[in-house]
Design a protein around this ligand. Structure first.
Ligand code: AMP
Ligand code: TRP
Length: 331
């Protein structure tokens, strides 16, 4: 890895199954950027972010392991990327604390994700949930990452990270660079069951297609997916969402143009699109599911990969923290 390459960082929580929103909104870019050879790529399973929502210890442990397998099955390659678990590198929390001391509460109060989650988990509005973006900024800046591949819902947190950079640099001396986001063509995939909301694990089985779903389940979910109500200019554009999904997998204008045209004219035949879409998804997921099966047979290998990843991450993170400590006056 040449040193003049830009660094990419992204993270994902260890909460249950990966779905097509995660895959098309973020992971596809993770893998493409990794394979382009143009960047240093660093990816983490952000377990400390995961505990901002109540989760049992055994479930979390299992989720971290499953997520590692899922990510590798999607193409994350530990030979090409640094791949690790956030809590294995203590510097993340250390830098987050420093950021806490320059981050105005008023900025955190503006965060949409915090407001949504606080509503969803009224009995557990903990300080970690509120402070979540400080830790996310630390994740990114510890590695001096300048590009962050994410879905649209995380854009506001990266914007806040840029504010933190400006505040830090003004207050203690120039150290960090402002990171940019990188989004895919599907930065916000909507729920199949309720296309007014983004596809998410929180909305239940019917709203998403998990990367582990069987062919039958995928066919069933797509056939029941809500399309447009009130025409293609109506409020609920599930049809648009299905077409976006199709285009995300079928990157061939010869095939998509006709559907697009029909959709515009309000003549799209879902009885044609839906079975094609289901097949396209089933075929795209086949190799991922096969790789997942192989990796699941060898849990010790996965653990070893994560340990090696943490060692590599620590080298960079401790260097940054040493610079931070000097600037802040802790050393
Ligand atoms: P999470 O599962 O919330 O940790 O999200 C992991 C990544 O997937 C983040 O970069 C999210 O922005 C992205 N993501 C999650 N849901 C969607 C969605 N419905 N559409 C596009 N991207 C998404
Ligand atoms: N907050 C992100 C999410 O909910 C996960 C995340 C944590 C992250 N740290 C990050 C994403 C750093 C990008 C960069 O999906």
């Amino acid at each position: 890895m040449a040193d003049n390459k830009e660094t990419i960082f992204s993270g994902i929580k260890a909460t249950g199954k990966l779905h097509l929103g995660n895959y098309l909104g973020a992971l596809k870019n993770w893998v493409e950027m990794q394979n382009s050879g143009e960047y240093k790529t660093i990816y983490a399973i952000v377990d400390l972010h995961s505990i901002t929502i109540d989760i049992a210890a055994d479930e979390l442990r299992q989720n971290i392991h499953d997520m590692a397998i899922d990510l590798m099955a999607c193409g994350l390659d530990p030979e090409k990327s640094i791949f690790f678990v956030q809590s294995h590198v203590k510097e993340h929390t250390e830098l987050a604390w420093i950021f806490n001391c320059i981050l105005p509460v008023a900025e955190l109060e503006k965060m949409t994700q915090y407001k949504d989650k606080a509503k969803q988990h009224k009995k557990n509005v903990n300080a970690g949930l509120f402070d979540y973006p400080a830790l996310m900024a630390a994740d990114i800046l510890l590695y001096h990452a300048t590009v962050v591949p994410i879905g649209e819902d995380q854009d506001q947190h990266v914007e806040l990270t840029r504010k933190i950079v400006r505040k830090f640099n003004n207050h203690w001396g120039k150290l960090f660079e402002e990171p940019k986001t990188k989004m895919t063509r599907t930065p916000r995939l909507m729920s199949l069951a309720d296309p007014t909301k983004k596809m998410s694990k929180d909305l239940g089985e019917k709203s998403y297609i998990a990367l582990s779903d069987s062919a039958d389940v995928i066919r069933e979910k797509i056939s029941k997916a809500v399309t447009d109500t009130g025409g293609n200019k109506g409020k609920v554009n599930g049809g648009r969402n299905l077409l976006d999904l199709f285009t995300a997998f079928v990157d061939d204008e010869n095939i998509t143009a006709k559907f697009e045209e029909d959709y515009k004219n309000g003549e799209l035949q879902y009885s044609k699109l839906k079975p094609m879409l289901a097949n396209v998804i089933i075929n795209a997921l086949k190799p991922i599911q096969a790789k997942r099966k192989e990796l699941a047979k060898n849990p010790d290998y996965v653990t070893a990969i994560l340990n090696q990843g943490a060692q590599r991450a620590r080298v960079i993170a401790s260097q940054t923290m040493s610079e931070v400590r000097k600037l802040v006056g802790l050393e």
